[in-house]
Write a protein that binds this ligand. Structure first.
Ligand SMILES: O=C(O)CCC(=O)C(=O)O
Ligand SMILES: [Fe+2]
Length: 321
């Protein structure tokens, strides 16, 4: 039977040995909350003003929050509720769709303090792979996937307008994936990690969080990103860094655990089709601003990224010109 943390963590009095993170990767002293992170109101008619704010936030921080984004509070609430219910189900139900140690497949000598559910998002062909429980699960996540994709494409459009792109990603060129990270109450957060520091290997990430845990590395220091009710945290991925010819930097982030309440993050990745060529946009390349990165197929990028154990620097070294 699969061994999900969410099924035994409430009985754990101390952190099991295999979840103890090497000293240099531990969370360390509590990170200050990042008060300066931009919170951008997407409502209203001032599109030019919104484009400027989004571009500045993406450029300065690689991460920002959006409010008044058009996705209803009730859909966000129902979605987090149904995923919490999902993680509360018995192992026999969860193991039909949940992979044990999902993150461990990517790294490492130690385990992360979380269970992760991956949901394929192609509504034409993949909904049959979804869990049938809890009740209304499918009914809730389908509109969530549709709405968050729309929001992702809208934010991308704002960013591309800010960068004066002549050609933008079409809906068909982009992919979508949904990851649900469930971090149970942890017996010793100082020795554990929910997610190691990384940059997302996609274009754009939209994250819904209920409890504090996400941190951003800014100028060599970790800062906490406080949950704002009904907001999405947006961060730029490595593909966008490359497409923007380095104007935008991907956001280095991680997730810590806590000892008082469980945390669920619902993470949507807007990525690129595997066959698509990724390269600095021609509108940003000139004799004065030569391309900083090679041109490559997206699927080759992912192969390198995972072969370099998700290490940002090593991955970029490979693609830099
Ligand atoms: O749970 C979080 O706040 C971060 C999760 C994350 O970075 C990821 O799934 O890529
Ligand atoms: Fe991430």
């Amino acid at each position: 039977m699969a061994n999900f943390i969410s099924n035994w963590s409430s009985k754990a009095e101390s952190l099991p040995e295999d979840y103890v993170v090497p000293t240099k990767l531990r969370p360390g002293t509590p990170a200050p909350i990042f008060k300066d992170i931009p919170v951008i109101d997407l409502g209203g008619d001032d599109r030019v003003g919104i484009v400027q704010k989004v571009l500045k936030a993406a450029r300065d921080f690689g991460m920002f929050q959006v409010i008044n984004h058009g996705i209803s509070e009730s859909l966000m609430f129902d979605t987090v509720r149904v995923f919490k219910e999902f993680f509360g189900m018995p192992v026999e139900e969860k193991e039909k769709v949940l992979l044990e140690d999902y993150w461990r497949l990517l790294f490492s000598d130690f385990k992360y303090w979380k269970d992760t559910l991956h949901i394929p998002c192609d509504l034409r062909s993949q909904t049959q792979t979804w869990s049938e429980k809890p009740q209304k699960y499918r009914e809730i996540i389908e509109p969530y996937i549709i709405e968050v994709r729309k929001l992702g494409m809208r934010i991308l459009d704002l960013i591309y307008d800010g960068l004066n792109f002549s050609k933008k990603d079409s809906n068909d060129e982009t992919t979508q994936a949904l990851l649900i990270n469930h971090y149970p109450v942890c017996p010793d957060p100082s020795l554990a990690l929910g997610a190691c520091h990384h940059c997302d290997p996609h274009i754009l990430t939209l994250l819904q969080q209920d409890v504090y845990g996400l941190q951003l590395l800014k100028d060599g220091e970790w800062f906490g990103i406080e949950p704002i009710p009904n907001a999405f945290v947006i961060n730029t991925g490595i593909l966008l860094e490359i497409i923007s010819n380095g104007i935008l930097k991907s956001a280095m982030h991680r997730a810590i655990t806590n000892s008082t309440s469980s945390r669920t993050s619902i993470v949507t990745f807007i990525g690129s089709n595997p066959e698509r060529t990724i390269e600095p946009s021609s509108s940003l390349v000139s004799p004065q601003t030569p391309p900083l990165f090679k041109s490559f197929k997206c699927k080759d990028f992912h192969e390198i990224f995972f072969s370099k154990t998700v290490d940002y620097e090593a991955t970029m070294e490979h693609f830099k010109l």
